[in-house]
Design a protein around this ligand. Structure first.
Ligand SMILES: [Zn+2]
Length: 110
């Protein structure tokens, strides 16, 4: 059996940032998050951005138990990529501001 290498820190950051460091399931959005291999590590044997998604420990366990099936997880991942390409960096930073500051009702732009 191959020993599983750690997921590189830069890749961990990229995957977590994709969902704003929150669970990638839109109605969940809990923290903290783990990285889940959509196609299981035992099968894919590599760490790739497109195969990784940030899930909270509860959703991660449900995904591993197939209570949340792989097709659903793939669709959540796909939706994240749509959100991330629909908005430019500037818009994403504004959206992120409201994620980070949940009490904020407005933002002052320069
Ligand atoms: Zn979750």
């Amino acid at each position: 059996m191959n020993k599983r290498p750690a997921i590189p820190a830069a890749l961990v950051r990229e995957v977590k940032m994709e969902s704003g460091h929150r669970c990638a399931i839109p109605t969940c959005k809990q923290t903290p998050v783990d990285l889940h291999h959509i196609v299981p590590w035992e099968t894919c044997q590599k760490h790739e951005f497109d195969n990784l998604i940030a899930l909270c420990p509860n959703c991660h366990r449900r995904a591993n138990d197939r209570d949340i099936d792989r097709k659903s997880i793939k669709m959540y991942k796909h939706n994240l990529s749509i959100v991330n390409s629909r908005y430019g960096d500037y818009e994403r930073r504004i959206l992120q501001y409201f994620v980070d500051n949940s009490d904020a009702e407005f933002i002052n732009l320069p």
